[in-house]
Design a protein around this ligand. Structure first.
Ligand SMILES: [Zn+2]
Length: 475
């Protein structure tokens, strides 16, 4: 998309005639234009790496276990949600990564995989959180990954490479993101940062309330003022492991708890707010063919949707967008008796937890015992041998990407739960896009990722602050 095209669009609101780089014209948008500026708040929820089967399996587990649908599907059942399919391609790939995906929403341009809000022409595009901040709104990022991971960073940072976590943390501070909650102590702690800077102290000096455990968070008042909550060194734990590990339960808040506190905090601003909520470990579970990690983290994400619904339903000033940035490993429940699927309810730990306690020296019985402890499944010797071979690097699948311990364990577990995978990487699926509230009318049908930026800035009436000819300061 050229500058001229976007500037014309922003001036006229002519979404119906907007031509994209791909040559695809987007229909619709008149309703959004008539409501321009009416949207006070935006809550953007993203389950990272959620394939269609992930949404279905979480919903099916909730129906069979708890006798209720997922919040996401319930909103579809009662026709609250507008629904679309979204093309998430990046500037250089059919299959995006999380950085290019979040940046497409965060600045309205497709960037190359790995980049954050720097387009292939090397222009730094102002991301949506600093943009909304300039217009007087409060801003927040809540995630189950490291705070500086690609998806939250896509709404607030400009870096050439998503791996620049230390720089991303500095940019959040300079750009005064009001609420930051997630993992990633490694990019804040002076003992762990390469430059030795104490980002915690710098945040305190800038007026932030800083918490490193759930207890510290709740002992303060996280619903007022600027908040930095960093609860683990790397990513937050997988939900299934979180639920079954006492010290994690005590010290790490859930995604829904963080979302609730962030909304209470940000909504105190009379000018409104924008926040992104990421269920980031759904992606990691899919990469590692981890059925328990996947389904329980998707349910935790769905709980956060419930928190957003509690705030936004019954109001007419809040746009809620619920989506994912790409498919991943496309898991599916293969036809078999229902009790195979129900057996996942008995899992105590993730497949990642199983692998973390095994290595190339693990014996067949050690492999069998650890899998049984975590899942309840009794694994025959010949399957434990396949795992041992993969740990020793001698296992060969016909599709070479399935040689890893994660793929082999995923398939061993599939013999007992019949959830299997197409690989261990992101997929090019058109993704589920759902929304409700003012502005949602413009994002039904088939949607191009960059369109969400336009819808959000139009709906909230902050387009005066968009100037894509202006590069942001290099840090
Ligand atoms: Zn990923």
């Amino acid at each position: 998309m050229s500058h001229q095209t976007r500037r014309d669009f922003l001036k006229t609101g002519a979404l119906s005639t907007l031509l994209l780089g791909s040559g695809i014209a987007i229909a619709g948008g008149c309703d959004a234009i008539s409501r321009r500026g009416k949207t006070k708040n935006i809550i953007f929820l993203v389950s990272d790496g959620m394939s269609a089967g992930t949404l279905q399996m979480a919903d099916t587990m909730l129906r069979r276990r708890d006798g209720r649908p997922s919040n996401w599907v319930r909103l579809l059942e009662d026709s609250t949600l507008k629904r679309g399919l979204m093309d998430m391609a990046s500037a250089d790939r059919i299959v995006t990564d999380s950085a290019a995906a979040a940046a497409s929403w965060g600045c309205g341009y497709r960037v190359n995989n790995g980049a954050l809000n720097i387009t292939p022409d090397e222009v730094h595009r102002k991301p949506i959180l600093p943009l909304f901040k300039e217009s007087g709104k409060t801003t927040g990022l809540v995630t189950t990954t490291e705070m500086t991971h690609a998806t939250p960073a896509g709404f607030a940072a400009n870096v050439e490479s998503r791996g620049m976590g230390e720089t991303i943390a500095e940019q959040y501070l300079e750009r005064e993101i009001d609420v930051l909650m997630g993992g990633g102590n490694n990019h804040y702690d002076p003992e762990m940062r390469e430059d030795g800077r104490d980002l915690y102290e710098e945040h305190r000096e800038a007026g932030y309330f800083v918490a490193k455990t759930k207890g510290e968070l709740l002992a303060g008042d996280p619903t007022e003022g600027k908040v930095l909550g960093i609860f683990t060194n790397g990513h937050l734990p997988y939900t299934l492991d979180h639920l079954n590990t006492d010290n994690l339960l005590e010290n790490v808040p859930t995604l829904a708890e963080m979302t609730d506190l962030a909304i209470q905090n940000l909504s105190g601003n009379p000018n409104g707010f924008i926040m992104q909520v990421e269920g980031g470990r759904v992606d990691h579970a899919a990469h590692s063919n981890d059925v328990g990690g996947l389904i329980y983290d998707q349910i935790a994400f769905d709980d956060a949707i419930g928190v957003a619904m509690d705030f936004a339903q019954g109001r007419d000033d809040t746009l809620v967008i619920i989506t994912t940035d790409h498919g991943n490993a496309n898991p599916g429940y293969n036809s078999s008796a229902d009790e195979y699927f129900d057996s996942i309810q008995n899992h105590r730990h993730t497949a990642n937890w199983i692998r973390a306690g095994l290595d190339e020296n693990s014996s067949i019985s050690e492999i069998q015992e650890r899998i049984q402890y975590a899942t309840g499944y009794e694994i025959p010797e010949e399957q434990a041998e396949l795992y041992q071979q993969s740990a020793r690097g001698t296992y060969r699948a016909a599709y070479g990407r399935m040689n890893s311990t994660s793929a082999v364990l995923g398939q061993i577990l599939a013999n007992h739960c019949h959830v299997n995978w197409v690989g261990g990487s992101h997929t090019g699926d058109y993704v589920e896009l759902a929304s409700f509230g003012p502005g949602s009318e413009a994002i039904e049908g088939f949607v191009i990722n960059t369109q969400l930026f336009d819808v959000m800035t139009e709906a909230a009436g902050v387009t005066d602050y968009v100037d894509n000819d202006q590069t942001v300061a290099h840090l």
